[in-house]
Write a protein that binds this ligand. Structure first.
Ligand SMILES: [Zn+2]
Length: 382
Protein backbone atom coordinates (compact mmCIF):
# COMPACT_ATOMS: atom_id res chain seq x y z
CA UNK A 1 0.00 0.00 0.00
CA UNK A 2 2.63 2.49 1.08
CA UNK A 3 4.84 1.51 -1.84
CA UNK A 4 1.94 2.00 -4.25
CA UNK A 5 1.26 5.47 -2.90
CA UNK A 6 4.92 6.37 -3.12
CA UNK A 7 4.86 5.26 -6.70
CA UNK A 8 1.82 7.40 -7.42
CA UNK A 9 3.46 10.49 -5.94
CA UNK A 10 6.57 9.77 -7.99
CA UNK A 11 4.52 9.36 -11.12
CA UNK A 12 2.89 12.74 -10.49
CA UNK A 13 6.28 14.45 -10.73
CA UNK A 14 7.33 12.69 -13.93
CA UNK A 15 6.62 14.15 -17.38
CA UNK A 16 4.43 12.37 -19.90
CA UNK A 17 6.21 10.10 -22.37
CA UNK A 18 5.40 7.76 -25.23
CA UNK A 19 6.57 4.14 -25.31
CA UNK A 20 6.83 2.06 -28.49
CA UNK A 21 7.32 -1.72 -28.20
CA UNK A 22 8.46 -2.94 -31.58
CA UNK A 23 7.93 -6.69 -31.94
CA UNK A 24 8.07 -9.14 -34.79
CA UNK A 25 4.32 -9.69 -35.00
CA UNK A 26 2.92 -6.80 -33.00
CA UNK A 27 3.83 -3.18 -32.38
CA UNK A 28 2.37 -1.46 -29.34
CA UNK A 29 2.38 2.21 -28.46
CA UNK A 30 1.27 3.95 -25.29
CA UNK A 31 1.14 7.32 -23.62
CA UNK A 32 2.64 6.88 -20.16
CA UNK A 33 2.95 8.76 -16.94
CA UNK A 34 5.74 6.87 -15.21
CA UNK A 35 4.48 3.29 -15.15
CA UNK A 36 0.84 4.28 -15.63
CA UNK A 37 -0.59 3.73 -19.12
CA UNK A 38 -2.94 6.54 -20.13
CA UNK A 39 -3.72 4.85 -23.44
CA UNK A 40 -2.48 1.91 -25.48
CA UNK A 41 -2.75 1.31 -29.22
CA UNK A 42 -1.37 -1.80 -30.92
CA UNK A 43 -0.98 -2.77 -34.56
CA UNK A 44 -0.09 -6.08 -36.15
CA UNK A 45 2.91 -6.01 -38.48
CA UNK A 46 0.91 -8.15 -40.91
CA UNK A 47 2.18 -9.47 -44.19
CA UNK A 48 4.28 -6.43 -45.08
CA UNK A 49 6.80 -5.75 -42.30
CA UNK A 50 8.99 -3.48 -44.47
CA UNK A 51 9.97 -0.27 -42.66
CA UNK A 52 8.53 2.00 -45.40
CA UNK A 53 5.19 0.40 -44.76
CA UNK A 54 5.33 -0.05 -40.97
CA UNK A 55 6.83 3.25 -39.78
CA UNK A 56 3.93 5.44 -41.04
CA UNK A 57 1.58 3.00 -39.33
CA UNK A 58 3.51 3.43 -36.06
CA UNK A 59 3.09 7.22 -36.40
CA UNK A 60 -0.65 6.70 -36.82
CA UNK A 61 -0.79 4.42 -33.79
CA UNK A 62 1.07 7.03 -31.71
CA UNK A 63 -1.30 9.77 -32.90
CA UNK A 64 -4.25 7.57 -31.97
CA UNK A 65 -2.73 6.84 -28.52
CA UNK A 66 -2.30 10.61 -27.97
CA UNK A 67 -5.88 11.21 -29.09
CA UNK A 68 -7.23 8.51 -26.77
CA UNK A 69 -5.32 9.97 -23.82
CA UNK A 70 -6.45 13.51 -24.65
CA UNK A 71 -2.82 14.64 -24.85
CA UNK A 72 -0.96 16.62 -27.53
CA UNK A 73 2.57 15.85 -28.72
CA UNK A 74 3.66 19.21 -27.24
CA UNK A 75 2.97 17.78 -23.76
CA UNK A 76 5.24 14.78 -24.36
CA UNK A 77 8.85 14.80 -23.08
CA UNK A 78 10.04 12.16 -25.55
CA UNK A 79 9.46 8.85 -27.28
CA UNK A 80 11.25 5.68 -26.18
CA UNK A 81 11.43 2.80 -28.64
CA UNK A 82 12.18 -0.78 -27.51
CA UNK A 83 13.33 -2.80 -30.51
CA UNK A 84 14.87 -6.18 -31.16
CA UNK A 85 18.65 -6.11 -31.55
CA UNK A 86 21.17 -5.80 -32.94
CA UNK A 87 20.96 -2.04 -32.79
CA UNK A 88 23.11 0.92 -31.84
CA UNK A 89 21.44 2.82 -29.00
CA UNK A 90 23.81 5.77 -29.52
CA UNK A 91 22.72 6.38 -33.12
CA UNK A 92 19.29 4.74 -32.95
CA UNK A 93 20.06 2.58 -36.01
CA UNK A 94 18.53 -0.92 -36.19
CA UNK A 95 20.61 -3.63 -37.88
CA UNK A 96 18.63 -6.47 -39.48
CA UNK A 97 16.88 -8.11 -36.51
CA UNK A 98 15.96 -11.73 -37.38
CA UNK A 99 12.27 -11.21 -36.61
CA UNK A 100 11.89 -7.98 -38.60
CA UNK A 101 12.62 -9.02 -42.18
CA UNK A 102 13.55 -6.13 -44.47
CA UNK A 103 14.83 -3.97 -41.61
CA UNK A 104 18.48 -3.37 -42.38
CA UNK A 105 20.30 -0.30 -41.06
CA UNK A 106 17.07 1.60 -40.38
CA UNK A 107 17.85 4.99 -38.77
CA UNK A 108 14.83 4.80 -36.52
CA UNK A 109 15.81 7.60 -34.16
CA UNK A 110 16.44 10.11 -36.95
CA UNK A 111 13.24 9.20 -38.78
CA UNK A 112 11.17 9.72 -35.63
CA UNK A 113 13.04 12.94 -34.77
CA UNK A 114 12.25 14.38 -38.20
CA UNK A 115 8.61 13.47 -37.76
CA UNK A 116 8.01 14.54 -34.15
CA UNK A 117 10.80 17.02 -33.28
CA UNK A 118 11.05 15.76 -29.68
CA UNK A 119 13.74 13.59 -27.99
CA UNK A 120 13.75 10.00 -29.29
CA UNK A 121 15.66 7.08 -27.72
CA UNK A 122 16.02 3.58 -29.13
CA UNK A 123 17.12 0.63 -26.99
CA UNK A 124 17.37 -3.15 -27.17
CA UNK A 125 14.03 -4.53 -25.97
CA UNK A 126 15.43 -6.72 -23.18
CA UNK A 127 17.56 -3.84 -21.87
CA UNK A 128 14.58 -1.50 -21.81
CA UNK A 129 12.37 -4.14 -20.16
CA UNK A 130 15.09 -4.49 -17.52
CA UNK A 131 15.12 -0.72 -17.13
CA UNK A 132 11.34 -0.75 -16.65
CA UNK A 133 11.58 -3.37 -13.89
CA UNK A 134 14.50 -1.47 -12.36
CA UNK A 135 12.71 1.89 -12.25
CA UNK A 136 9.09 0.87 -11.72
CA UNK A 137 8.92 -2.87 -10.98
CA UNK A 138 10.68 -5.44 -8.81
CA UNK A 139 14.01 -3.60 -8.90
CA UNK A 140 12.91 -0.30 -7.34
CA UNK A 141 15.48 0.87 -4.81
CA UNK A 142 18.29 -1.31 -6.17
CA UNK A 143 21.41 -0.11 -7.98
CA UNK A 144 22.64 -3.41 -9.50
CA UNK A 145 20.11 -5.73 -11.12
CA UNK A 146 20.03 -8.39 -13.81
CA UNK A 147 16.80 -8.93 -15.72
CA UNK A 148 16.33 -12.19 -17.58
CA UNK A 149 13.29 -13.02 -19.65
CA UNK A 150 12.66 -16.65 -20.60
CA UNK A 151 9.99 -17.26 -23.18
CA UNK A 152 10.29 -18.25 -26.85
CA UNK A 153 13.87 -16.99 -26.56
CA UNK A 154 15.96 -15.80 -23.62
CA UNK A 155 16.92 -12.15 -23.32
CA UNK A 156 18.74 -10.12 -20.72
CA UNK A 157 19.34 -6.64 -19.43
CA UNK A 158 22.07 -5.79 -16.94
CA UNK A 159 22.02 -2.56 -14.93
CA UNK A 160 25.13 -1.86 -12.91
CA UNK A 161 25.39 1.16 -10.64
CA UNK A 162 22.26 2.57 -12.27
CA UNK A 163 23.57 2.28 -15.84
CA UNK A 164 22.52 -0.12 -18.59
CA UNK A 165 25.54 -2.28 -19.42
CA UNK A 166 26.09 -1.88 -23.16
CA UNK A 167 29.68 -3.06 -23.63
CA UNK A 168 32.08 -1.98 -26.37
CA UNK A 169 29.77 -3.08 -29.17
CA UNK A 170 26.49 -2.17 -27.50
CA UNK A 171 25.42 -5.84 -27.47
CA UNK A 172 26.31 -6.83 -23.90
CA UNK A 173 23.94 -8.82 -21.66
CA UNK A 174 22.97 -11.50 -24.18
CA UNK A 175 22.26 -13.79 -21.26
CA UNK A 176 20.46 -16.33 -23.46
CA UNK A 177 23.69 -16.98 -25.32
CA UNK A 178 25.96 -17.82 -22.41
CA UNK A 179 27.34 -21.33 -22.77
CA UNK A 180 25.79 -23.92 -20.45
CA UNK A 181 26.92 -27.11 -22.23
CA UNK A 182 30.13 -26.64 -24.17
CA UNK A 183 29.79 -30.09 -25.72
CA UNK A 184 26.19 -29.33 -26.63
CA UNK A 185 24.38 -28.51 -29.83
CA UNK A 186 24.72 -25.44 -32.00
CA UNK A 187 22.48 -22.47 -31.29
CA UNK A 188 21.22 -20.21 -34.09
CA UNK A 189 23.59 -17.51 -32.81
CA UNK A 190 26.59 -19.66 -33.82
CA UNK A 191 27.69 -20.63 -30.31
CA UNK A 192 27.39 -24.15 -28.84
CA UNK A 193 25.14 -25.17 -25.95
CA UNK A 194 23.59 -21.75 -25.23
CA UNK A 195 21.13 -21.29 -22.36
CA UNK A 196 18.50 -20.29 -24.93
CA UNK A 197 19.07 -23.47 -26.93
CA UNK A 198 18.62 -25.56 -23.77
CA UNK A 199 16.03 -23.75 -21.68
CA UNK A 200 13.74 -21.53 -23.78
CA UNK A 201 10.08 -22.26 -24.43
CA UNK A 202 11.12 -23.27 -27.94
CA UNK A 203 13.58 -25.75 -26.45
CA UNK A 204 10.93 -27.26 -24.15
CA UNK A 205 8.66 -27.84 -27.16
CA UNK A 206 11.54 -29.20 -29.26
CA UNK A 207 12.55 -31.73 -26.56
CA UNK A 208 8.97 -32.91 -26.19
CA UNK A 209 8.39 -33.31 -29.92
CA UNK A 210 11.71 -35.10 -30.43
CA UNK A 211 10.78 -37.56 -27.69
CA UNK A 212 7.36 -38.09 -29.24
CA UNK A 213 8.90 -38.72 -32.66
CA UNK A 214 11.27 -41.27 -31.17
CA UNK A 215 8.33 -43.10 -29.57
CA UNK A 216 9.07 -42.14 -25.93
CA UNK A 217 6.23 -39.71 -25.58
CA UNK A 218 3.09 -41.85 -25.65
CA UNK A 219 1.78 -40.61 -22.32
CA UNK A 220 2.59 -36.98 -23.14
CA UNK A 221 0.90 -37.34 -26.50
CA UNK A 222 -2.21 -38.77 -24.83
CA UNK A 223 -2.19 -35.82 -22.42
CA UNK A 224 -1.84 -33.36 -25.31
CA UNK A 225 -4.76 -34.97 -27.13
CA UNK A 226 -6.97 -34.78 -24.05
CA UNK A 227 -5.97 -31.16 -23.68
CA UNK A 228 -6.84 -30.44 -27.28
CA UNK A 229 -10.26 -31.96 -26.76
CA UNK A 230 -10.77 -29.58 -23.85
CA UNK A 231 -8.72 -26.76 -25.29
CA UNK A 232 -11.28 -24.04 -24.61
CA UNK A 233 -11.48 -25.03 -20.94
CA UNK A 234 -7.72 -25.23 -20.63
CA UNK A 235 -7.27 -21.82 -22.24
CA UNK A 236 -9.59 -20.34 -19.63
CA UNK A 237 -7.72 -21.96 -16.76
CA UNK A 238 -4.22 -21.35 -18.01
CA UNK A 239 -1.58 -22.26 -15.49
CA UNK A 240 0.90 -20.07 -17.30
CA UNK A 241 -0.10 -16.43 -17.48
CA UNK A 242 1.92 -14.92 -20.27
CA UNK A 243 4.08 -11.94 -19.71
CA UNK A 244 6.41 -9.61 -21.47
CA UNK A 245 6.66 -8.28 -24.96
CA UNK A 246 6.79 -10.31 -28.05
CA UNK A 247 10.19 -9.57 -29.52
CA UNK A 248 12.31 -11.94 -27.52
CA UNK A 249 9.65 -12.99 -25.12
CA UNK A 250 6.77 -14.04 -27.34
CA UNK A 251 4.41 -15.91 -25.08
CA UNK A 252 4.40 -19.63 -24.87
CA UNK A 253 2.39 -20.77 -27.83
CA UNK A 254 -1.06 -21.45 -26.46
CA UNK A 255 -2.81 -22.10 -29.74
CA UNK A 256 -3.84 -25.70 -30.27
CA UNK A 257 -2.40 -27.48 -33.28
CA UNK A 258 -4.54 -27.40 -36.38
CA UNK A 259 -7.76 -29.25 -35.91
CA UNK A 260 -7.17 -31.11 -39.16
CA UNK A 261 -4.48 -33.10 -37.39
CA UNK A 262 -7.12 -34.53 -35.14
CA UNK A 263 -9.31 -35.92 -37.87
CA UNK A 264 -6.81 -38.48 -39.04
CA UNK A 265 -5.53 -41.82 -37.84
CA UNK A 266 -3.59 -42.28 -34.59
CA UNK A 267 -0.43 -42.91 -36.54
CA UNK A 268 -0.91 -39.65 -38.40
CA UNK A 269 -1.52 -37.76 -35.17
CA UNK A 270 1.61 -39.15 -33.67
CA UNK A 271 3.55 -37.74 -36.58
CA UNK A 272 1.88 -34.34 -36.75
CA UNK A 273 0.56 -33.26 -33.37
CA UNK A 274 2.92 -30.50 -32.28
CA UNK A 275 3.22 -30.22 -28.50
CA UNK A 276 4.01 -26.73 -27.24
CA UNK A 277 5.78 -25.57 -24.07
CA UNK A 278 2.53 -24.78 -22.30
CA UNK A 279 1.29 -28.32 -22.86
CA UNK A 280 4.55 -29.74 -21.50
CA UNK A 281 4.22 -27.54 -18.40
CA UNK A 282 0.65 -28.66 -17.80
CA UNK A 283 1.62 -32.30 -18.38
CA UNK A 284 4.47 -31.94 -15.88
CA UNK A 285 2.03 -30.51 -13.33
CA UNK A 286 -0.22 -33.49 -13.97
CA UNK A 287 2.70 -35.83 -13.30
CA UNK A 288 3.57 -37.09 -16.79
CA UNK A 289 7.14 -38.41 -16.28
CA UNK A 290 8.59 -37.28 -19.64
CA UNK A 291 7.23 -33.75 -19.13
CA UNK A 292 8.59 -33.68 -15.58
CA UNK A 293 12.00 -34.78 -16.82
CA UNK A 294 12.05 -32.07 -19.48
CA UNK A 295 11.11 -29.35 -16.99
CA UNK A 296 13.69 -30.69 -14.52
CA UNK A 297 16.47 -30.46 -17.16
CA UNK A 298 15.40 -26.97 -18.17
CA UNK A 299 15.22 -25.88 -14.52
CA UNK A 300 18.75 -27.14 -13.83
CA UNK A 301 20.08 -25.33 -16.92
CA UNK A 302 18.42 -22.13 -15.71
CA UNK A 303 20.02 -22.73 -12.29
CA UNK A 304 23.45 -22.99 -13.93
CA UNK A 305 22.70 -19.78 -15.83
CA UNK A 306 21.78 -18.04 -12.57
CA UNK A 307 25.06 -19.20 -10.98
CA UNK A 308 26.96 -17.70 -13.93
CA UNK A 309 25.05 -14.42 -13.60
CA UNK A 310 25.74 -14.29 -9.84
CA UNK A 311 29.46 -14.98 -10.37
CA UNK A 312 29.84 -12.46 -13.22
CA UNK A 313 27.82 -9.53 -11.87
CA UNK A 314 27.07 -10.12 -8.17
CA UNK A 315 23.74 -8.29 -8.55
CA UNK A 316 21.48 -7.27 -5.67
CA UNK A 317 18.58 -8.74 -7.54
CA UNK A 318 17.94 -11.08 -10.47
CA UNK A 319 14.49 -10.39 -11.91
CA UNK A 320 12.92 -13.20 -13.94
CA UNK A 321 10.26 -12.46 -16.54
CA UNK A 322 8.65 -14.27 -19.45
CA UNK A 323 6.15 -17.11 -19.71
CA UNK A 324 8.52 -19.97 -18.84
CA UNK A 325 9.37 -18.43 -15.45
CA UNK A 326 5.65 -18.44 -14.57
CA UNK A 327 5.75 -22.22 -14.12
CA UNK A 328 6.27 -21.76 -10.41
CA UNK A 329 7.94 -24.17 -7.94
CA UNK A 330 8.38 -27.09 -10.34
CA UNK A 331 10.79 -24.88 -12.30
CA UNK A 332 12.11 -22.56 -9.62
CA UNK A 333 12.81 -25.09 -6.86
CA UNK A 334 15.33 -27.17 -8.87
CA UNK A 335 16.84 -23.96 -10.32
CA UNK A 336 17.32 -22.40 -6.89
CA UNK A 337 18.71 -25.68 -5.54
CA UNK A 338 21.46 -25.50 -8.17
CA UNK A 339 22.18 -21.92 -7.09
CA UNK A 340 22.31 -22.99 -3.44
CA UNK A 341 24.66 -25.89 -4.18
CA UNK A 342 27.02 -24.21 -6.64
CA UNK A 343 27.16 -20.41 -6.32
CA UNK A 344 29.89 -18.82 -4.23
CA UNK A 345 28.58 -17.93 -0.81
CA UNK A 346 29.36 -14.21 -0.67
CA UNK A 347 27.62 -13.12 -3.89
CA UNK A 348 24.88 -15.73 -3.32
CA UNK A 349 24.05 -14.24 0.07
CA UNK A 350 23.87 -10.77 -1.52
CA UNK A 351 21.37 -11.63 -4.26
CA UNK A 352 17.60 -11.90 -4.29
CA UNK A 353 16.04 -13.88 -7.14
CA UNK A 354 12.51 -12.62 -7.78
CA UNK A 355 9.72 -12.60 -10.34
CA UNK A 356 9.18 -9.58 -12.58
CA UNK A 357 6.30 -7.29 -11.57
CA UNK A 358 5.26 -5.31 -14.63
CA UNK A 359 3.55 -8.15 -16.48
CA UNK A 360 2.54 -7.76 -20.09
CA UNK A 361 3.18 -4.01 -20.13
CA UNK A 362 6.88 -4.33 -19.29
CA UNK A 363 7.85 -3.54 -22.90
CA UNK A 364 5.87 -0.30 -23.00
CA UNK A 365 6.82 0.84 -19.48
CA UNK A 366 10.47 0.07 -20.26
CA UNK A 367 10.33 1.99 -23.53
CA UNK A 368 8.85 5.04 -21.78
CA UNK A 369 11.43 4.68 -18.99
CA UNK A 370 14.17 5.35 -21.57
CA UNK A 371 13.15 9.02 -21.54
CA UNK A 372 13.48 9.25 -17.74
CA UNK A 373 16.77 7.35 -17.87
CA UNK A 374 18.40 9.51 -20.56
CA UNK A 375 17.07 12.72 -18.95
CA UNK A 376 18.72 11.72 -15.64
CA UNK A 377 15.34 11.69 -13.95
CA UNK A 378 16.15 8.46 -12.21
CA UNK A 379 17.02 10.39 -9.07
CA UNK A 380 13.39 11.28 -8.46
CA UNK A 381 12.22 7.69 -8.79
CA UNK A 382 12.47 5.91 -5.42
ZN1 LIG B 1 23.12 -18.82 -28.78
Amino acid sequence: MERGMQNKETNDRLPLVIGVDLGGTQIRTAVLHGSTLLSRVGILTGENPMPDHIIPRIYSAIDEALHQAGITIQQIAGIGIAAPGPLDYKTGIIYAPPNLPGWDRVPLRDLFTEHYHIPIFVENDANSAGLGEYMFGAGRGCTDIVYMTISTGIGGGVIINGKILAGASGTAAELGHMTIDWHGERCKCGNIGCLEYIASGTSIARRANEAIRSGEGIELLAFARTMLEHSSTVANQSALPTQGHDANTAELDSSPPEQGDMDTSDQHQQEHLHVNARTVALAAEAGVPLARAIIQTVAEAIGVGLVNIIHCFSPQMIILGGGVTQMGPMLMEPALRVVQERAMKVPRDAVQIVQAQLGENVGLVGAGALIYYHSNMYGIVP
